[in-house]
Design a protein around this ligand. Structure first.
Ligand SMILES: Cc1cc2nc3c(=O)[nH]c(=O)nc-3n(C[C@H](O)[C@H](O)[C@H](O)COP(=O)(O)OP(=O)(O)OC[C@H]3O[C@@H](n4cnc5c(N)ncnc54)[C@H](O)[C@@H]3O)c2cc1C
Length: 262
């Protein structure tokens, strides 16, 4: 294989995400960031493909300059190259503009055989970037991949995890995949990897260098916007069951039966 590209996103490391009431966007300033947890599975899948079929393992993210730390973490795991797509003109990107921006990098890096995304980002959680990226490139999309079986004669065989069953799927590459946790246990970085990543070059590309269509980047390329963000009210009250353990278990059983849960 020539190139395997993994897309990762830096997300806020907090369960208490704050929203800017003016713009309805997540406040990212001053909040510690981490690599989106799902993306470790995408990275593991990418690195295993490289180990099996050869080629260059590349990692990329679109984000502000601080997203560089996410890429260094990826490099410490064994990636060969890292690209940061960063430009003030990318601000306000919705998923369509994000996936378009990523597709410009793919075109620039061709020949790329496989692009791997996480299933969803912990903050945005739309799960749209992978499928939209494949659409933008005109490539097949393999969703919810739980196992990459083989790549033979430019065809990929994979197992896909559905809600209550698995599917064996097959299609041509180049292709875009998103992967689920079952794909593989993510590796930890080695000390050598961490030291190497500290000194490694991160290639930063701006809007001009991506050579895309000006109006498809950032807010001008984003047909969706967040109208309102709110926390749903909790209507159900909790119930405290008291007594001896056996008594509590009986009360719980009766209550669940009453509520038709059993
Ligand atoms: C109107 C509007 C304005 C917005 N403005 C901003 C803004 O100003 N700043 C901002 O940061 N966000 C902004 N967002 C959020 C932005 O759209 C999402 O962060 C982004 O499109 C990814 O969507 P998601 O989080 O749902 O990712 P998902 O689709 O859930 O992510 C799936 C996978 O796609 C890949 N992926 C997702 N995002 C990236 C990325 N950036 N780089 C590389 N790979 C990625 C990862 O592999 C990830 O696991 C805005 C959204 C809207 C609707």
């Amino acid at each position: 294989m020539e190139k395997i590209l993994v897309c990762i996103k830096q997300v806020p490391d907090t369960m208490e995400v704050r929203i800017d009431p003016e713009t309805n966007r997540i406040i990212r300033e001053g909040v510690p960031s981490i690599v989106n947890p799902y993306d470790f599975y995408a990275m593991e899948a990418g690195l295993r493909l490289k180990e099996k079929y050869g080629g260059t393992a590349i990692v990329c993210t679109m984000g502000p300059p601080q997203a560089e730390s996410a890429l260094r973490e990826a490099l410490s795991l064994g990636f060969d190259q890292a690209f940061l797509l960063s430009d003030r003109g990318f601000a306000g990107s919705d998923t369509l503009a994000t996936s378009y921006t990523l597709s410009c990098l793919v075109r620039k890096l061709m020949p790329v055989d496989i692009v791997i995304c996480g299933r969803e980002a912990m903050d945005g959680s739309t799960g749209q970037v992978g499928p939209e990226l494949s659409e933008s490139l005109g490539w097949p999309f393999f969703s919810c991949v739980s196992e990459i079986k083989e790549i033979v004669n430019s065809r990929l065989k994979a197992r896909r995890m559905m809600e209550d069953h698995y599917e064996e799927i097959e299609g041509p590459i180049p292709a875009v995949l998103n992967v689920v946790k079952e794909i593989a246990e993510p590796r930890l970085p080695s000390l050598k990897g961490i030291l190497k990543a500290k000194k490694a070059e991160i290639i930063v590309l701006n809007k001009g260098e991506l050579e895309g269509e000006e109006l498809r980047f950032g807010s001008s390329g984003s047909p969706t916007w967040v109208v309102k963000v709110w926390t749903p009210e909790v209507h159900k009250k909790g119930m405290v069951l008291e007594g001896e353990p056996v008594e509590i278990a009986q009360k719980l059983y009766q209550e669940l039966k009453k509520q038709n849960v059993l």
